[in-house]
Design a protein around this ligand. Sequence first.
Ligand SMILES: O=C(O)CCC(=O)C(=O)O
Ligand SMILES: [Fe+2]
Length: 322
Amino acid sequence: MAELAETTPVAPLERVWGEIREHGLETYIAELDAQGYTVIPPELACPNGLGDRLLEACLDVAERRNNERPDLETGKTHENYKGRFAALLGGDADSPIGDLMQSLVFEDRVFEEALMNPVLLTLASYLCGYSVVLSSMGCFMKGPNKSSFIMHSDTPMPSPLPPHAMVCNLTYVLTDFNKANGSTAFVPGSHKWCRNPEPNEANPDENPKAVAVDAPPGSLLVWHGNTWHGAFNRTSPGLRVSVPVYMARPFVRTQEGLVGEVPDEMLQRNDPRFGWLLQQGVVYGYKSQADAVSRGERAVKHIQTIGELTGEGGFGENSLYG
Ligand SMILES: O=C(O)CCC(=O)C(=O)O
Ligand SMILES: [Fe+2]
């Protein structure tokens, strides 16, 4: 056994515990395990003013996409927003999430920084392993509204759900979160139930177990994919702005399809793990044999890089010949 121990690479769990200690995250990990979610405070989650810079970048993206600068103080630009969701919303319902701006990683370098934040990556690796990839990065911008957001788990599969996280959500809180401001609602401990909520359990205003999260701007709100969550409607003026970084184990189907979409320059200016995180090591999803060969050629160095990081050889079928 001693011989085996000497030749075994550092186990991924041991490595992630080293990172958890390095960043002082132990108590947040305990809370995450017990409740299924935790709030990492701004001083740990967003050093160097990352939260303020993300907020500014989101307001810029909104202005570019909607031809109007969002009104952070009054929220008038987003009041009772229906926008792109109009066709989906019945009766006089408004959007429970406000505006949803998708595919942000190519919009500004600050979004690359947000993904490579070592605290975020430590928490994502703890929940979904070092081979975790980005599923999507977007922005919710919510003004005063009527509709609360029905609770759900983020695990994209029917019940029963596996106990370990298939996906995780690491949301940058960019304005003050509290109930009147339309905060996220959680059912503490629900990640252990390994099932999605039934319709009669899913309304945050009616389920007595649903609690509002309080978090100042610059916090990182982290949850296990199985944790039941939704959001309360916003009764106060102003905007609630957040950037959900939704991450997945590499065999889970992702929201964004990034294979082949990431310019070399963007890969080169980032840490070697960035390419894997942006799905460049994924071969699945090819459209022809030629495409499979080209995806394999692109993927090989990312598969090697992540193999070195995890101390694992490969990822089953998602290999060169996947
Ligand atoms: O609007 C919220 O606070 C919840 C958003 C949500 O369900 C998600 O990011 O998965
Ligand atoms: Fe969700």
